[in-house]
Unconditional design. Sequence first.
Length: 663
Amino acid sequence: MENGMPNESEPAFDAARVRPTLQAIARLISTDRRIVVLATEKAEILLSNKPAAQLELDASALQTAFNWPTLCTRARRSGSVAVSVTFRDKRLEGELVHLPLGNAAAFLLRLVETDQEAVLLQNRARAATLLRVSHDLKTPIQSVLASAEALFDSRANCAGRTNPDTARVEKSARMALTHIDKVIRVIRGELTSTDLQADEDFDLAEESRNILDMIEPIVQARRATVTMKIEPEAAIDLHGPVHIVRALLQNMFDNASKHGGETIDIRVACAPEPTTSKDGRKERLITIEVADQGGGLPAAQKARLLGSGADGTRDARTTGAIADRTTAGLSVLSHAIGQLGGNIEVFDRIAEGGPPKNNPVIGTILRATFSLPQTSTYAPPNTKEHPPAATDNGLLQDIGVLVVEDSPSSRDWLVRCLSTAGARVDGVENGFKALEILKQPQAVEQINVLLTDITLPSMSGVELMQRINTERSRKSMAWHGRILGLTAHTDTRLEKTCLALGMSRLLEKPIRTAELCRAVKNAAQGKTDTGAAKAIRLKQRSERATATLGHPLAQKVVAELIGQLGKKAALGFMIRAHAEAQTVIDKVTQDSQYPDCKRLLHSATGSSGLTGLALLESSLRQIEIALDGPVANLNAIIAEANQALHVTEEAISRIESEAGEGR
């Protein structure tokens, strides 16, 4: 063995209790010709074998190349996770398994050593991934077809008016295209099972509504009804594997939409208070419940879903809608709940009106429960305790703004700043949703300015402006308000393109609150202030250039943020921007060829700049530049970015401590 036993003096480690287990693991590791490492969640090596030593897979390598804390969190949640990473110019494929050891826990990393084994393991994982992704593809396509049929059938009744089904067709088509793109990327090897399990911030309420919008045409085509209750009604901000959560929601809703009888009742609930997990993490308990009236599930399929060992084949004695329920969706559902570390329960839905024994089974109640940590946000401060800056207060009174920004932290920052200045503000994450809102008749009166990021998923800001121009020429959009652009990287050619399409002005991130509010005010009034903008832009670039390890924050930006929002809310935005940067740096570390890297880097760069994380913003910009250069240069810049993450986190913690002392 290349490393000895764990430190038996550690209070959390009961050596005597787990020594036989460790000895057995040690024998297995020593005889394994693959790369094997047993380590703690802090990347402390407990045991390793010769292939691991030859690869120089030590504690430092685990931290820098494998995003170790995140991997351990996911393995602890689901039992094991796939690992796909490039280390020392080698593509490594394998698995990380969570091993409880008495009062402590360890994680067994097992990686393939030869190219042939890597290909076999990768193909096996890819085949399983393709099964899930391909199955999920069916529902959006069926939704597009059902929406199109409704659109054509109602055309005669909608003569001279905007057809309300148009937006639904576009939404379903967008989701179908997203799934198709996912399948293609998996087939090409651009998207691995690790990517599909990656954790990120998301709003469970919004995801649930999106899935419901997608399946509703299918339900309506059957002349059925579906209701959904979300508790609480506000946003449910969580951090976790959003792709897995979407798969869970889609398959639960999808099964009921196709076989759920006349009435389907959906409930999405988040526990009001967080609970503490076994490893000390604060998490929220989530319950997803779908009650249908399509008859009960056959025993074999119920056993398959609950993981009791049945083969999951259809019950030959069952006929009708129940027999048509396929097992593929249930397999995906079982996998999803397993990855979330949760549970699935299945109940027979009994007809109401009498004792259960005397009433027939009319349907199925499917209940999924799992826990995920809440997004690191803070509640808005009391405006009486922290009044907005006098220069912005009321400046945008009676002005309506629609913000289009894919970065959640940047979007929330923009919405908060503009609303604090008196504007009516709505925020959406992509151009498709923006178009839906702008096509509504009330948009003419309610929205004066569209503020859009240029680098957006699926539809860029430039493409959004082109679509707006097309809709206006077709007379299908009455809105003719002003458009402002936002970008973390501006150049003369991009600026000319945007202005030629009708944009009033292209703003560069980071942008100060006062400049942002003035730009929105001038756009609403049809004015321009490009000269002042260029002067401010040069000054801000100079401030970014002076950021160092000793001074990682842009003090003027931070002071302005605190002055306008208060320390508590300002810290919330800074912490979220830091977390966004951490996520994208981890993604680049794992796979610099990840297809969405540049867009995610752009978003993280913008949110870091907006919240005063100057050194981190500069590091992210350097990664963007280095992505097109030699790998050696990229690795060095990533190492610097990780250092920037560390010192920035310490700087934020100091402000947080000062805020605590102030209380």
